[in-house]
Design a protein around this ligand. Structure first.
Ligand SMILES: [Ca+2]
Ligand SMILES: [Ca+2]
Ligand SMILES: [Ca+2]
Length: 700
């Protein structure tokens, strides 16, 4: 040991002596710098980097030299990330200099990069001695390191060591975007609830289990973050009424409890510990005795919990004398549970248990004499995370046609050590529900076989519409689903008195088309369930049939004890799925090229429709040249735009081609029939073959 130290000292001394002349001559020590041309400094990060990235220029800049005649360094880099593709002499070199060095891209090094001149020329001061060019071929970080650097002066030919220096390059993969959480709950907006006529209130159950958590893309490869809290505002006043939070349960395990007793005597026993946690991440909720030891009268002393503090002294004690042979204290188990709410991170953990101890004692007179102060046992913590319950309920006690119920979900970044700037941890959604007055006395509810129960009212205002006026079906609740051409509509009305069905009452029905013209009058008697039904098939008036498309209205009335009540129900009539547009790209093309066709389909129904969509291409001479047919799902009240790519065959006639698009409920050979008229509005141009094509085409 001593010998080695002496040797080291001797070496240091010799180095110091070698350097001495240089130190005496110059005030500033010379040094090298690694400068990326892209940034002007020694680090270069390319975000959303897509390898290969060529032309990464790195200047090696020398500082503070005097009479420099030549220089030398060792260059290394991470060959898993980048290759060196070139080296060139910088402007700051003596006249006649040449640059030497062999690039080794397997080892990621230029073992000796050196420059010198045979002339009696030197340079002084600062400047770029060399420029290296790199190509990033893979994502990652690479240090560009210059080591064992030195320069030589002239005419002394003294060698000056100038140490090591690093530059840092990073080719960072595309990250993000992060995904915000999505709040979603049932009942959906516009749902109606009716106050109970006996209790005068109604309890509405909410379910947010369709909500989703967030995702943060940093650090790579990102983390999925569960929802830590559901925050409910049930009455639209902007104040959260109920928060459902996740729970972290920390179980404190103790092993070999019986080791802490002396044999042959009985004791009281107790145990305690300190608990530390990060208050920014966890909210302390409380503690409870665990199942072990299973002794009656164990007291949990929570007095020692300082309010708002980070350290809890948990103290437990028995009120019963036990001894080592008592099976209830033998062995291992969970002595306590600690409960926390996650505040800003979702990882259970990082709760530190310290100062654990178990003591046994007995009273001598009134003085407790501790018989054993044991060596510290480990109360080993284990963690269980219970996600928040997405269910909630609220009791409404007064009529209100529009109640805004708002759910906010909170899903913070599970790994906040690195966070994408666009990361968002909350989302909120508002559904409007209607709290209707209790049904007192007579009532009628009309609907079809496709829905419409309840009282139709404006989704925004909750106001019930009268039978007259323009009907904005988009904003109505309690609508029936749509009907297609010549479909049969079954209308039913349920008649009640104080919620009880009324039998054998005659119900009047009237149906209006979209121009408020009556189509039918009917009547029917209620059955034993209070329900009266009639049906009709929507007229199909030949060429003018689609003039009836739009929102139809059903009116039903009944007279109960000289009190007339009415209900209305709306439905849409039209082609359930229809073609709204056909677009092509490109508008003109050559044979053997691909034509991209975008078909836009609409659906007026409240349910998804699976339809068979076909596309047939004709050339100018009416020859079918290509076709497509596939089932497509069209979601409710929306449009979908399937894109189909078809190739123009070599044998097609040049000129204007046509596109025929059809929508069937199934392929015709499977008894499928049209759901809407054919669209023949699309066209495209097949261009004359360019001369060059003949060479390529001859192979196909
Ligand atoms: Ca509230
Ligand atoms: Ca993160
Ligand atoms: Ca109704």
């Amino acid at each position: 040991m001593k010998g080695k130290t002496l040797l080291c000292l001797a070496m240091l001394l010799s180095v110091a002596l070698t350097l001495m002349p240089a130190l005496v001559v110059r005030a500033v020590s010379p040094y090298l710098e690694v400068l990326f041309q892209a940034t002007g400094n020694n680090s270069y990060l390319i975000e959303s980097c897509t390898p290969p990235v060529t032309g990464i220029k790195v200047d090696l800049k020398m500082h503070g030299v005097t009479a420099m005649w030549g220089w030398s360094t060792v260059v290394t880099w991470n060959s898993a990330v980048m290759n060196c593709t070139g080296k060139s002499l910088g402007p700051f070199n003596p006249t006649g200099s040449s640059l030497l060095g062999v690039i080794d891209n397997v080892g990621g090094t230029i073992p000796k990069l050196a420059c010198g001149t045979t002339e009696e020329a030197t340079v002084d001061g600062d400047g770029v001695v060399c420029t290296l060019t790199f190509m990033a071929h893979h994502h990652g970080i690479s240090q560009i390191r210059l080591s064992d650097s030195n320069y030589v002066n002239y005419p002394d030919k003294t060698k000056f060591n100038i140490g090591s220096v690093n530059g840092t390059f990073e080719c960072r993969a595309y990250v993000g975007p992060p995904v915000a959480p999505v709040a979603s709950f049932t009942p959906p907006t516009c749902t109606q609830f009716r106050l109970d006529k006996t209790t005068g209130n109604v309890t509405v159950n909410f379910d947010a289990s369709a909500s989703t958590g967030s995702y943060d893309s940093l650090p790579l490869p990102g983390t999925n973050n569960p929802i830590l809290e559901y925050r409910w505002d049930f009455n639209g006043d902007g104040i959260v009424d109920y928060t459902s939070a996740g729970l972290i349960t920390v179980a404190l395990h103790v092993t070999d409890m019986d080791d802490y007793f002396y044999a042959g005597d009985t004791y009281y026993m107790g145990w305690k510990c300190n608990v530390t946690w990060d208050s920014a991440k966890y909210h302390y909720l409380g503690a409870a005795k665990g199942p072990f030891p299973d002794i009656e009268g164990v007291i949990l002393d929570t007095e020692k919990i300082p309010p708002g503090g980070l350290i809890v002294s948990l103290t437990f004690g028995t009120t019963e004398l036990v001894d080592v042979t008592d099976p209830r204290v033998i062995g291992s188990g969970i002595i306590a549970y600690l409960y926390f709410e996650p505040a800003a991170a979702c990882y259970p953990g990082a709760v530190v248990i310290g100062g654990s101890c178990i003591a046994t004692w007995k009273y001598v007179g009134s003085i407790p004499v501790v018989h054993k102060t044991p060596y510290p046992p480990q109360f080993a913590p284990t963690y269980v995370y219970t996600p928040p319950d997405p269910h909630a309920s609220w009791t409404y006690t007064s009529m209100n046609p529009t109640v805004e119920v708002t759910l906010t979900v909170y899903a913070p970044d599970c790994d906040p050590s690195d966070r994408h700037p666009d990361f968002i941890d909350t989302d909120l959604v508002t559904n409007i529900i209607h709290i209707l007055p209790p049904i007192m006395g007579a009532d009628i509810d009309v609907y079809t076989q496709r829905g419409g129960t309840g009282k139709g009212c404006d989704k925004d205002t909750g106001v019930e519409y009268g039978p007259y006026g323009t009907f904005p079906f988009q904003t109505w609740s309690a609508m029936s689903d749509s009907f297609g051409p010549q479909e049969e509509v079954t209308i039913c009305a349920k008649v009640t008195y104080n919620d009880e069905p009324v039998e054998n009452k005659l119900v009047a029905f009237e149906v209006w088309d979209p121009s408020n013209t009556t189509v039918i009058y009917r009547e029917a008697a209620t059955d034993e369930n209070g329900t009266a039904c009639v049906s009709f098939r929507i007229p199909w008036k030949g060429a003018s049939a689609d003039s009836e498309f739009g929102a139809w209205l059903i009116i039903a009335t009944v007279d109960i004890a000289e009190h007339v009540v009415m209900d209305k129900c709306r439905f849409r009539f039209g082609y359930l799925v229809y073609i709204t547009g056909v677009a092509v790209d490109p508008a003109s093309l050559h044979k053997l090229e691909d034509l991209s066709i975008t078909v836009t389909l609409g659906n007026i129904a409240l349910t998804s429709k699976d339809v068979f969509v076909t596309i047939v291409l004709y050339d100018e001479c009416g020859v079918p040249i290509n076709h497509f047919g596939s089932m497509v799902t069209v979601t409710p009240i929306s449009k979908v735009c399937p894109v189909v790519t078809l190739t123009i065959p070599k044998w097609a006639f040049v000129g204007t081609g046509k596109i025929y698009v059809n929508v069937f409920d199934a392929p015709p050979y499977l008894m499928g029939t049209p759901m809407c008229p054919e669209d023949s509005s699309g066209s495209f141009q097949i261009l004359n073959t360019p001369p060059l094509w003949n060479h390529r085409g001859s192979h196909s």
